[in-house]
Structures are given as C-alpha cells and as structure tokens.
Design a protein around this ligand. Structure first.
Ligand code: SF4
Length: 350
C-alpha cells in the first residue's frame, strides 16, 4: 500500500524554518566530528607520515615544535570530504583485509631517521599491511567520481606518494617485508574502486630517510622555508594552524589580500608576470575552445587512452530569475559591497 505524496508546505510554514535550521545544524555536526577526530590524536602538531609531502614550511614548524598561531582553524574546520573518507575507512577496512590472505588494517608504524641533528621519529598508521605478493601496503583514498580514472592514469600525487613511501620505510624498519605500495581510489558517490600500484625499492626507502633529514635541516629556521601560495590560493593554508604566523596578524582563511606586495617595485614585477601569463592563457583558451567543441558530448567511455565521463545533471541558482522573482514579491535584492574591478593593461607609450 502506498500513501499519497503530501502537498509541499506553504512558504511561510514554520516547519520550513525548522528545515533550514536542521540543514545548518549539519555544519555544526561536521565541525564537532572534526574536533572529536582531531582530539583523538595524541600529538596533533607533530609531523606525521601524511605531512611528509605537504607544505614544507608546515612540516618544518611541526618538526621545530613551533607553537601554532591558529590551532582552532585546524580543529574547527568542517572538513566534510576528509571526514567522509575517514568514515569509509572505518566501515570498509575491517572487511577489506579479510579478502587478503594475510593482512592487518590501521597498523601503527614508526620510523626512526638518523640525521646530523639527532634521531627523529615519525609516526603514522598504514591502512592495510599485507604479506601478499611479497608484502605491500594499500592506502585507501576516497575521491570524486572524475578523479578515479585521472588518478589511475597519472598515478598517485607526490604528497600521497611520500606518505605511503613513509609507511613502507617504517614497516621495513619494523621487520615487515614491503616490495610494493598501492593506492585504492574509491569513488565517494558509487563506491567504485580501482588500484594504482608501484614497486617499493631500496632506493625509495633511502629517499624517505633523505627527505625527512632534509625537512629536519629546514626546521632550524622554519620561517625561512618555502611557503605555499597563501590563503585563498592553497587549501592547506586556509586550514593551517600556522596561518597568521606565516601571513601576518590580519590573515584569515580565504583572504588572499594579505599576499599583496604593496611596494611599487614589486607591484611592477608582479603585474608584468601577470600580463605575460594572461597573454599565454588567452592563446591557449582559444585553442582549447576549438578542441573542446570538436570533442562535443559523445557517449561516455574510453577514447584511445582517455576516458570521457559526465557528472550528474543538476541545477544551479539563476541569479537573474531570482532577482526578478524577489522584485515581483516586493523584496529588495540583497546586495553586498564589491571592490571596483582592477584592470592591468599595457601603458600607452608616450
Ligand atoms: S599557512 Fe600555508 S604556507 Fe604557511 S605553513 Fe601553513 S600551509 Fe604552509
């Protein structure tokens, strides 16, 4: 027996307001879940395997024991995608390892690295450590639908490669044979999974020790090490616990104004570089527009060594229609101040 679909609630029904609040509460739920997850780490500011291939300056801060200037940024972000990944790990790994002949999941590992400045220990937890096929490590990465084929074609990013090489070096040091490392890319929407695999060699193991020794050498002067591009330009900066230490007391997540040079000489240099790249981009965009039109919208599938897929059809706000509707309802359209547009043009020769 099926019931009739209830009529939609009137616009001014109190339950509609409550529905909006329920949606907003999810944001608070994610933030609380992230804080809970982060607080479970006994040393949240130490360098771990996952930081080996990330921002070099952040790694140096962690190794130097530099007090975070923005601890709450890291603790209180809502980090939805990362949390979804964590939850997929928790649900899948116990059952995944049962499919392998001999495997363990969430294996805590430590790597001691001997450097001229003393011994440094880096901790981490490998998703899956197995004795199959000579011994290996599987790292589970949950990604968007379009990223699975891309990652299989291009392989792991260097950040992910350093992370898993770190686990492998640590496992070897603890006496587990590791001859290969793998990344299991899982489509967050469908659960579809594909693995990328690489051998793990003695040379790779040595490269992990060398990288950590290099990071330790940078930790002598962490503020002098290369930075990422800054808030609003690199996601890692927007959630970094050292944001204001790096970018000054006015830095806030997403606000790229703090990276502006300010002095005329450097503004001239930056404007010149910007115009040079813009010219290149515009020529490339013309080319891409043509080739994109030539691709069209064929059936999804494999074309040579490329795949063509489509994201789901959806809808987005139509600002003009929304403004018209509000005007008809006698509601003024909400406005926010915007800075005047900046134009960088070649100056007229005099
Ligand atoms: S704010 Fe950005 S550049 Fe500075 S340490 Fe953090 S991630 Fe690196």
């Amino acid at each position: 027996m099926t019931g009739d679909t209830p009529d939609p609630l009137p616009q001014d029904h109190p339950l509609r307001t409550w529905a909006n609040q329920l949606g907003l509460l999810a944001e608070r739920g994610y933030r609380a879940a992230n804080r809970y997850h982060q607080s479970a780490r006994s040393t949240p500011w130490a360098l771990s395997m996952s930081g080996l291939g990330g921002c070099v300056r952040q790694a140096a801060f962690r190794l130097a024991g530099t007090e975070p200037s923005d601890a709450e940024l890291s603790l209180d972000q809502d980090a939805r995608q990362a949390l979804h990944g964590t939850w997929v790990h928790a649900g899948l790994l116990p059952h995944y390892v049962q499919q392998l002949a001999s495997a363990h999941f969430e294996v805590p590992l430590r790597l001691d690295v001997f450097t001229p400045d003393g011994t440094v220990t880096i901790h981490g937890s490998a998703d899956v450590l197995t004795a199959d096929h000579g011994g290996g490590i599987v790292d589970v990465k949950t990604v968007g639908a379009h990223q699975v084929p891309e990652r299989i074609a291009k392989g792991a990013s260097w950040a992910h490669r350093w992370q898993v090489r770190g686990y492998a070096a640590a496992a070897r040091q603890q006496g587990f044979p590791v001859t290969w490392i793998s990344w299991l890319y899982i489509d967050r929407d469908t659960g579809h999974a594909e693995a990328h695999i690489e051998p793990f060699t003695d040379q790779d193991e040595q490269s992990v020790h060398a990288r950590i020794a290099w990071l330790v050498s940078l930790a002598a002067e962490p503020d002098e090490t290369p930075s990422l591009r800054g808030p609003g330009l690199d996601w890692a900066c927007d959630s970094c616990a050292w944001l204001r230490r790096c970018w000054g007391p006015d830095a806030t997540p997403g606000d790229r104004s703090v990276i502006a040079y300010g002095d005329d000489e450097n503004v001239t240099l930056a404007a010149k570089e910007y115009v040079r790249l813009r010219d290149q981009k515009s020529a490339l965009e013309d080319e891409m527009e043509f080739w994109s039109a030539a691709v069209g919208r064929p059936a999804k599938g494999q074309y040579g060594d490329l795949t063509i897929t489509y994201s789901k059809d959806g809808s987005q706000v139509d600002p003009a229609a929304a403004a018209k509707l509000l005007n008809e309802m006698g509601v003024s359209v909400p406005m926010r101040p915007v800075a005047g547009r900046r134009y960088v043009r070649r100056a007229e020769r005099r």
